[in-house]
Design a protein around this ligand. Structure first.
Ligand code: DSN
Length: 448
């Protein structure tokens, strides 16, 4: 009996799409650094009947009846988050990272207050004040940047914070390959009276596993999504540190009230249950080994790519991620690399590079990482093999151009798409990635 057979009987169209997605995950090399493979137990807990329940409020203080078991589940998640990260307060209800970040603003700022975050094209997140996010519209956003070498410009942060006296400062990124300088930011926040908010969505699993410095001694509030390196269900948590409680003894209460009733309705109890399980998994010694391996893999991948002549932003990595500058092929070539690699069974994303010479839609780099492949059991040898696959494929974009004129650009992209699907190197690499994937089975428990 196949996993999707029953669904296939009631909704064959949907079952077919689910089946194809599971096969796609199995048969490609997943290198988007914000993605991972949650354990089969986490996946199955997500699919539990807990999705049926309404539980507005918090454990012991619910608006509806019938929450005695949900209280146990949510308390398990809260206690495990507090223990794993070493914080006095955790809210496990945020639906995802962006609403969690908005809740932090709503708890601590008034519209029009000044806030600071890393500029989006420099590796920052939309919700850290970028102009197309409401966070850049409701607040006076003063972005800071990375230096030409790709490292965060701490001197600029200090100067901007001194001049603008922000209410809060974000430390965190979506495309930053070096250890986050929490200590330096804490000093700046103290000097200027700002709240320091660490968004550790990308690195939470590394922090939990001891492979990245913890923000806990430095930040007042910590937000993380739960589905990236932490390898849990899709969701988020907001934690308040001892330092945060010292700065504002009402901080925990303010955050809780902003999540509910301020912004959200009922928590997704099936997700909370899956998160409780993921936090237990992340507290085990195997997870420490996993997070250390993620970083070793990332370094091995980067070293081999550099050997093949690719320039890495900052020259390398301290974490799970690499940012590759493709300007040697021209400006805006990230899309060509992403699509050629996709065709070869390697999934990653085009990304801006510091001082991006083209646009955010057509950026000049690619971003890739090792959390998902490490979950599959791959190690440094496979990373070196994959780096060579990537190099072989990306070299095929040489000679194509990114053009400013829309019609010419579309014509050039159409020519590329037509040619790349017949390219012998790309097709040969596809066969190799498929063979590699089959050596590291994904979700063998799911029989299709
Ligand atoms: N979409 C996430 C990432 O890929 O980094 C950030 O929200």
């Amino acid at each position: 009996m196949g996993e999707l057979d029953a669904l296939g009987k009631v909704d064959p169209e949907l079952a077919e799409a689910l089946k194809k997605e599971i096969i796609r995950q199995r048969e490609t090399l997943e290198m988007i650094p914000s993605e991972n493979f949650a354990s089969i137990d986490v996946i199955r807990t997500l699919g539990s009947p807990l999705t049926n329940k309404y539980s507005e409020g918090y454990p012991g203080k619910r608006y509806y009846g019938g929450n005695e078991f949900i209280d146990i589940v949510e308390n398990l998640a809260i206690d495990r988050a507090k223990r794993l990260f070493g914080v006095p307060h955790a809210n496990v209800q945020p639906y995802s990272g962006s609403p969690a970040n908005f809740a932090i603003y709503a708890a601590l700022c008034k519209p029009g207050d000044t806030i600071m975050g890393l500029n989006l094209p420099d590796g920052g997140h939309l919700t850290h004040g970028w102009k197309t996010s409401v966070t850049g519209q409701f607040f006076n956003s003063v972005p800071y940047h990375v230096k030409p070498d790709g490292y965060i410009d701490i001197d600029e942060v200090r100067t901007l914070a001194g001049e603008n006296r922000p209410k809060l400062i974000w430390i965190g990124a979506t495309a930053y390959t070096r250890e986050l300088p929490f200590e330096e930011f804490a000093k700046i926040a103290d000097e200027t009276g700002a709240y320091l908010i660490a968004d550790i969505s990308h690195i939470a699993g590394l922090v939990a596993g001891g492979a990245h410095k913890s923000p806990v001694p430095y930040a007042h509030v910590i937000m993380t999504t739960t589905h990236k390196t932490l390898r849990g269900p899709r969701g988020a948590m907001i934690m308040v540190t001892e330092r945060g409680m010292k700065k504002d003894p009402e901080l925990a209460e303010k955050i809780d009230k902003t999540i509910f009733p301020g912004l959200q309705g009922g928590p997704h109890d099936n997700t909370t249950a899956a998160l409780a399980l993921a936090l237990l998994e992340a507290s085990r010694p195997e997870f420490r080994e996993y997070s250390a391996q993620v970083v070793r893999n990332s370094k091995a991948l980067g070293d081999e790519l550099a050997k093949r002549g690719f320039r890495l932003v900052t020259g390398g990595t301290d974490n799970h991620m690499l940012l590759v500058d493709l300007t040697k092929y021209g400006h805006g070539m990230g899309i060509y690399a992403q699509e050629a690699l996709d065709m070869a069974g390697i999934v990653l994303n085009k990304n801006t590079i510091p001082a991006e010479p083209w646009t955010a839609f057509y950026p000049s780099g690619i971003r890739l990482g090792t959390p998902a492949l490490t979950t599959r059991g791959m190690k440094e040898n496979e990373m070196r093999e994959i780096a060579n696959y990537i190099a072989d494929v990306v070299e095929q974009i040489n000679g194509y151009k990114m053009l400013a004129d829309k019609d010419l650009r579309n014509a050039e992209l159409a020519r590329f798409r037509n040619e790349i699907k017949q390219n012998a190197t790309v097709l040969g690499t596809k066969a190799k990635t498929l063979a590699l994937c089959s050596r590291f089975p994904l979700y063998p428990e799911i029989v299709l």
